[in-house]
Design a protein around this ligand. Structure first.
Ligand code: DX5
Ligand code: ZN
Length: 240
């Protein structure tokens, strides 16, 4: 289970302190939302900010590029200290090349998909990626409500991963609170990106721990359900 606080919900006046707070929280990844004011109707921050916070933690930096032209940003973010870069499948015929370029830069490869986009669009790339980022809100802003209609995508992504013996992470991003964490883990998510729910708690470490426990428990229940359904002994006893 990967718990990834999203820096978008941090106090931008104290980014260094906020980064150190995440570092001490026991979270696995720091999710960094990059918005270009074109692919999404908002602007966040760029490679200079990532470079500035990089020395403050050894945490895995998960860079989410909500950008129309990620090709001009891959190298700067790689140099700034990204560990993984996610580009969007909505970029169409540029996706294959972008994924290869991320890999060539020695970084983990992530692919993100917006709520209205059909999950079938990611299918051709599943073998190429380390992580699938399922947007569970329309990207651009933190603090929005989770869109429940995206949950079947998580189930589909898990079914494909099992059927094809792949290992990509399945992440959910947007509106992920504690209750929704359980629903997503039950559906097959293993990576939980959460801004508002985690950052707005005074005790970030406790919130991260709570999310991890909830996710782990829901995933365990799900595995048990799958086992019970598949086990022959679970079949109803036949009348003699
Ligand atoms: C939305 C971003 C998300 C966002 C999540 O455009 O991609 O990563 O920061 O924040 P919350 O948890 O507040 O919805
Ligand atoms: Zn994001």
């Amino acid at each position: 289970m990967i718990i990834a606080p999203s820096l978008l919900a941090a106090d931008f006046g104290k980014l260094a302190k906020e980064t150190e707070r995440v570092d001490r929280s026991g979270a696995d990844w720091l999710h960094l939302d990059i918005m270009d004011g074109h692919f999404v109707p908002n602007i966040s921050f760029g490679p200079a900010v990532v470079e500035r916070i990089r020395p403050l933690t050894r945490m895995f930096f998960d860079v989410h590029l909500m950008c129309s032209k990620p090709e001009i940003l891959l190298e700067p973010f790689a140099r700034a200290g990204a560990n993984q870069m996610n580009i969007h499948v909505e970029l169409g015929d540029r996706v294959t090349q972008l994924l290869w370029r991320i890999k060539a830069l020695g970084k983990k490869v992530g692919l993100a998909i917006n709520p209205p986009t059909s999950i079938s669009l990611v299918q051709p790339y599943l073998q190429q990626i380390d992580s699938l980022l399922i947007m569970t809100v329309h990207p651009g802003f933190g603090g929005q409500s989770f869109i429940y209609e995206t949950l079947p995508k998580v189930q589909q992504a898990r079914a494909w991963r099992e059927a094809r013996h792949l290992r990509y992470h399945i992440g959910v991003d947007g509106g992920v609170d504690f209750k929704i964490t359980a629903d997503c883990a039950h559906a097959g998510a293993d990576t939980f990106i959460s801004g508002t729910t985690l950052f707005h708690r005074r005790n970030l470490a406790a919130a991260v721990k709570k999310m991890r426990v909830i996710a782990g428990e829901a995933a365990r229940l799900n595995r048990e359900e799958v086992l019970t359904t598949n086990r022959p002994s679970a079949a109803k006893p036949q009348p003699k």
